[in-house]
Design a protein around this ligand. Structure first.
Ligand SMILES: CC(C)(COP(=O)(O)OP(=O)(O)OC[C@H]1O[C@@H](n2cnc3c(N)ncnc32)[C@H](O)[C@@H]1OP(=O)(O)O)[C@@H](O)C(=O)NCCC(=O)NCCS
Length: 252
């Protein structure tokens, strides 16, 4: 009985060509590998996404919560036609991107999450997934939304996306934007970088283990400080919380 129910609950993924890994050099001189993540590696990603649920800055909390749910859904066979790519620097996790195929001609961008800031790893990761949609999966168009102003700058402005406001995006039902094949081809020379094949030693290092991000975004010392201050004009609760975080609870 339970086995039969699982057959109903578990979607059957459409055949999708696997992402062909690539590598590039960052402005810092470090080599980066972009590769597909297998389903059994998802728990390795989840443990690095989870701390970002508590980072309000730059909407990391919203994006990380959604990425966590998407990855967990994928891991437990509760998500249809999702792919996940990891960006790794010397094995270390630098970014995650995911998306899915809506139908053989239409792709959907889910999320881009950067664990290392200031190197455009997020931008490169996004470019890699768009390349996957157009060059390997053969999509004509990809539906995209931004949850943060940085995301809006990176995708809507840099790629000059077209409005598809009549189409609600799967991420919260908000109006969609679209990257068409024509727009992508125009952006290729300036925004899409990387080489194939990946030298074997680089790829092996990346596949061996997803190592923890060395400098991930962290929560502010006073979580929700602004909101709490509104209801606590003398800031007493805020001071107590700060002392507790600093291990000085005897002052509280
Ligand atoms: C959107 C995102 C993927 C872009 O990643 P990225 O291309 O690697 O860019 P960064 O986030 O490192 O940098 C963004 C800007 O902040 C600046 N910056 C640099 N170091 C920074 C730091 N330590 N903290 C904050 N900003 C920094 C960068 O210089 C950059 O400015 P620019 O746009 O003028 O180049 C990333 O910001 C992110 O993961 N944000 C949270 C989740 C999110 O919003 N995802 C997209 C959903 S639509």
């Amino acid at each position: 009985m339970s086995v039969d129910l699982e057959k109903i609950l578990r979607p059957v993924d459409s055949p999708m060509e696997p992402y062909e890994p690539k590598y590039m050099l960052l402005a810092s001189g470090e080599a980066v590998v972009v590769r597909a993540v297998d389903r059994d590696e998802i728990p390795d990603l989840l443990k690095y996404v989870e701390p970002l649920l508590h980072v309000e800055r730059d909407y990391y909390d919203v994006v990380a919560s959604r990425v966590y749910a998407e990855l967990l859904g994928h891991y437990q066979y509760r998500f249809q036609d999702q792919y996940v790519l990891a960006v790794q620097i010397d094995g270390e996790l630098a970014a995650i991107v995911n998306g899915r195929q809506v139908n053989p001609k239409l792709g959907l961008s889910l999320h881009t999450l950067a664990f290392r800031r200031g190197l455009r790893v997020g931008a490169h990761a996004f470019a890699a997934k768009m390349e996957y949609h157009f060059d390997q999966l053969g999509h004509d168009e990809v539906l995209i939304v931004a949850e943060s102003p940085i995301g809006f700058r990176r995708w809507m402005i840099e790629y000059k996306l077209e409005k598809r406001f009549e189409v609600p995006h799967e991420l919260g039902g908000v109006p969609s934007w679209a990257l068409t094949r024509e727009l992508f081809d125009r952006a290729r020379s300036s925004l899409v970088v990387g080489r194939r094949p990946v030298p074997p030693e680089l790829l092996e290092k990346a596949q061996a283990a997803i190592l923890p991000p060395s400098d991930p975004p962290t929560p502010a010392l006073d979580p929700l400080a602004a909101t709490r201050a509104k209801y606590d004009p003398t800031a007493t609760a805020l001071m107590i919380e700060r002392w507790e975080m600093e291990g000085r609870s005897e002052d509280a």
